[in-house]
Design a binder for this molecule. Sequence first.
Ligand SMILES: Nc1nc2c(ncn2[C@@H]2O[C@H](COP(=O)(O)OP(=O)(O)OP(=O)(O)O)[C@@H](O)[C@H]2O)c(=O)[nH]1
Ligand SMILES: [Mg+2]
Length: 386
Amino acid sequence: METQDPAVAEAVKASGESTLEKATAKAKETVDQMLNVSLNIAVTGNTGSGKSSFVNALREIREDDERAAPTGVTETTMKVTMYEHPTMPNVKIWDLPGIGSPNFKADKYLKDVKFKDYDFFFILNSERFTQNDIMLAKEIRKQRKNFYFVRSKIDNDIRAEERKKGFDEQKVLSEIRKDCQKNLKDVGEPKVFLISSYDLEKYDFEILQNTLEEELPDHNRSALLQAWPVCSAASLEKKIKFFERMIWAASLASAGIAVVPVPGLSVACDASIVLLFLSRCYYSFGLDDRSLSRLSEKVNKPHLKYMAKSKFVAAIKEKAVTRVQVSAALATIATVEFLFSLLPGVGSAIAAGMSFITTQYLLREGLQDLAETARNIRREAGLNTA
Ligand SMILES: Nc1nc2c(ncn2[C@@H]2O[C@H](COP(=O)(O)OP(=O)(O)OP(=O)(O)O)[C@@H](O)[C@H]2O)c(=O)[nH]1
Ligand SMILES: [Mg+2]
């Protein structure tokens, strides 16, 4: 097929392929992977180390939410429990009981945990890491999986030290880090990430994200970028860039200019790609009601809840979908026509044709609108901005 349209030619170039047919096939594959990629994260560590709280933090779910992992001061996690990410069902976080808990003896534990099922492990401890943690790390390494040591409840340590004279937060953190690392000599002094599940904007949560991004394979990285909580201005910008990099693929895949059936792909409906793409941006940037009310409570600014008011946010809010399986039914042409009608200069008549250029325009404008809203909300919340 000849490509006269310079915008189409540009998208073909972005795909790295030589023809429109090949580029479209690659676009469909790329979008399918982006929407369906799965990620299995294991969270383990001693009893009471803060595993379940960390699972909730990663899912941005409050402890009083009915979907939350139960937390508490007595032993609460007795068996392996899976928690779905609230907006990306293919991202699963597994709450594993600690190796040292009386209910789980080490030898049995190592037999029961199917290491292969998980993409990587977080090993949590709220004190020094123990022999059990080290044994676990060695076992994980044997299975050629990555593990990350997380020293949890750092806010508690800081609060306790704050009362002392000459308190210096960086110094305290560096001492804790050194102490943990000294403890982990047997596994080669790996990095230890200091974290408070109650405040992901602080301490090492962002560094943990960066480290994971560097070390994970491409497909896991894509899931991580979408699912990881926004924990800083930089982490929001990274998400925005990620979606920007995907626009060529989403436009080519959804515009349907070269219909090349790709066997086995679950994303089939053009309209559903547009809606799913923008829904992903919406959830990933934290613009949904649940995220906004959490944020507004955290910074004690009730009006934040009502800030996500742009036309796109309002439109997506009504139509947002999280599951690929149900999207085809929900993403009717009418929905997408409605989204197109939000664009200046694009009537629903043009939308019905869904040319490549209008689809790309819709995705770009939609993404920019959602991104700008998310930046404004951070600014208004008094959080750091880019
Ligand atoms: N201050 C503070 N407290 C935390 C943090 N994480 C967990 N906690 C508290 O520590 C206690 C234990 O947390 P859980 O998340 O239930 O720990 P767990 O590892 O899942 O415990 P088990 O399931 O019993 O093994 C709870 O009272 C939590 O509220 C944190 O980052 N900061
Ligand atoms: Mg627990």
